[in-house]
Design a protein around this ligand. Structure first.
Ligand code: SF4
Length: 167
């Protein structure tokens, strides 16, 4: 989906979005009940989940010598063991669907070093290409929506009063 700005090779060489410190554990992927079952059956029966209302987060273990948590679905040699079947948050990263005063917006996480090195026009085009899908998923699964964070640039807005429009 983000081929315009991210190649598989670039993601494989980076994997920054698959590790977290204690300040950004909130960014760990939101997992639905059905996805949790699929992960256990098809990818890793070892994974443990933490329930958050109607969804789950994956339990992560802190590295012994650092404030660092690796996603349990990350294979350090091969990358994400889910391949193209990743959770929504990972699928659209570094974009995030956020709620700004009741309106869905597609924002850009400042943390992806690969996308930060790309032409901003291409990043904006990729955001517009992603927005329709991302907003549909957010309507189907509201738990995917995160509260707006002030410094995150907004690249697309859903204007629901007038139909779905993007800027
Ligand atoms: S699910 Fe896959 S892509 Fe997402 S954080 Fe875990 S290892 Fe990375």
């Amino acid at each position: 989906m983000l081929e315009r700005i991210l190649s598989k090779e670039e993601c494989a060489a980076c994997r920054l979005c698959c590790k977290f410190d204690s300040y950004d554990l909130w960014q760990t992927p939101v997992i639905s009940q059905s996805l949790a079952s699929r992960i256990l059956q098809e990818y890793s029966p070892e994974i443990r989940f933490i329930r958050r209302d109607e969804h789950f987060l994956m339990k992560m273990t802190r590295e012994p010598e650092a404030d660092l948590y690796y996603c349990p679905l990350l294979d350090h040699e091969r990358g994400c063991i889910m391949g193209d079947d990743k959770p929504f948050d990972c699928e659209i990263f570094p974009f995030r669907v956020m709620n700004l005063n009741g309106t869905l917006v597609l924002t850009l996480s400042p943390e992806c070093p690969v996308v930060n090195s790309k032409c901003f026009d291409d990043v904006c085009k990729a955001a517009l290409e992603t927005a329709g899908y991302a907003f549909e998923c957010a309507h189907d699964s509201p738990e995917l929506v995160k509260p707006y964070i002030e410094h995150y640039p907004i690249l697309a807005v859903e204007e629901s009063r007038y139909g779905r429009q993007f800027i």
